[in-house]
Write a protein of this length. Structure first.
Length: 79
């Protein structure tokens, strides 16, 4: 998680956190890494994939063929 946080910061992320399953020790490691490791250059896609694993979709998002969000025309009813 510390390496993840460092890479995210070096890519330009300003808010870095976890998801379900993130434990207090993960957050401590992330904070320590961000406070003690110097900012570096943004990692390339090859570096990210090597550290975090391959992409789960057919596209890495850089070719315009990544997943898209479909919007529904239905609106929620107000209470």
């Amino acid at each position: 998680m510390a390496d993840y946080a460092e890479m995210a910061r070096n890519c330009g992320a300003r808010i870095i956190g976890g998801c379900c399953g993130t434990m207090p020790e993960h957050l401590r490691a992330m904070r320590e890494a961000l406070e003690t490791r110097p900012r570096g250059p943004a990692p390339g896609l090859d570096q990210i994939a090597a550290a975090l694993g391959g992409f789960s979709s057919d596209s890495d998002g850089t070719d315009g063929a990544g997943p898209t969000r479909t919007r529904s025309s239905k609106r929620r009813a107000r209470s």
